[in-house]
Write a protein that binds this ligand. Structure first.
Ligand SMILES: [Zn+2]
Length: 307
């Protein structure tokens, strides 16, 4: 009898610790091993209530610039309107906004102006970030001490004669052998917001996408992820308080990129942790070394890679 009772307790315990359905992941100041979610470091987030994204005027070979802008705005709105679960029915308190076009590409300029660029990269040279078979990546620069995201740039691997392993992008009815731009932008904007990959294959943040596949509707897992960062009861966040804060500032919307908007590249943007060194001049502070978090979407046999 005692053994049966013990077995019952064990079964109940198992039920109580049933697998957590959440599969979303937040990126943090500590980069995880490939395919894993980091549980170390400080999670990344934007500290304003909004930020501006800019489409690079060089655009795409496949899609008119105006359509790229429209699709970027639509992808941003999907995250803005995510229904937060539970009692918090308000949408997330953060918005990506499409602002003026830019000529800026990826990187961050600590001494000057910036743009959060969305651009089609027709010279996808393989390196640690630009892996072959990748449809797109998002490069996120952040404050390593607080986890505040300072800049995010989305690169789409554009097929050209010079870049034959890149991808042809399409909009509207998903076309075979093309990457659905709305799907790819929605996924990459999840990274720009501070999300990593989900292990639910129905989630927008699932790391692969098929050619001709459209997956633009946030599922519950995606919504829980973005709401964990930006839901009403989490804003403003103590994580975003300047040093010595005694009264938390009101959350305000300022869509100007870090350091001011850059309509054109001035050569000062760099990728990675070497752009700011202790003792450097200008606005940067020694502790504000921007590191790099990259998320991508990749291709499997029939499903291509998202980062
Ligand atoms: Zn990704």
């Amino acid at each position: 009898m005692r053994a049966l009772f013990a077995a019952g307790i064990l079964a109940l315990s198992a039920a109580l610790v049933a697998p957590d359905a959440s599969a979303w992941c937040r990126t943090s100041t500590v980069r995880p091993a490939p395919g894993e979610c980091s549980d170390m470091g400080t999670p990344l987030m934007w500290c304003s209530a909004c930020v501006g994204l800019s489409v690079n005027v060089e655009g795409s070979l496949d899609i008119p610039l105006e359509t790229v802008r429209t699709e970027a705005a639509a992808a941003a709105a999907r995250w803005r309107d995510a229904p937060c679960p539970g009692e918090l029915m308000d949408p997330p308190m953060f918005e990506l906004r499409v602002i003026d076009d830019t000529r800026v590409f990826s990187g961050i300029n600590h001494g000057g102006t910036n743009a959060n660029a969305v651009w089609f990269n027709s010279l996808w040279r393989a390196d640690a970030l630009h892996r072959p078979g990748t449809i797109a990546i998002t490069i996120v620069s952040f404050d390593r001490r607080t986890g505040e995201i300072l800049d995010a740039d989305v690169e789409l691997n554009q097929n050209t004669d010079q870049n034959p392993n890149g991808f042809v992008f399409s909009t509207g009815m998903p076309a075979p052998d093309t990457a659905d731009l709305p799907t790819i932008l929605t996924h990459e904007f999840g990274h720009a917001l501070g999300l990593g990959h989900s292990d639910q294959d129905r989630a927008v943040m699932w790391p692969t996408a098929g050619m001709g596949e459209q997956r633009i509707t946030l599922n519950t897992d995606d919504a829980e992820g973005v709401c964990d960062i930006y839901a009403l009861d989490r804003r403003p966040s103590a994580q975003c308080d300047p040093p010595g804060t005694t009264q938390r500032p009101e959350l305000t919307c300022n869509d100007t990129p870090y350091g001011g908007f850059a309509p054109s590249a001035d050569g000062g943007r760099a990728i990675g942790g070497c752009s700011v060194l202790p003792g450097s001049t200008g606005r940067s502070r020694p502790w504000m070394t921007a590191l790099l978090a990259a998320g991508a979407i990749v291709a499997s046999r029939r499903r291509w890679r998202l980062r």
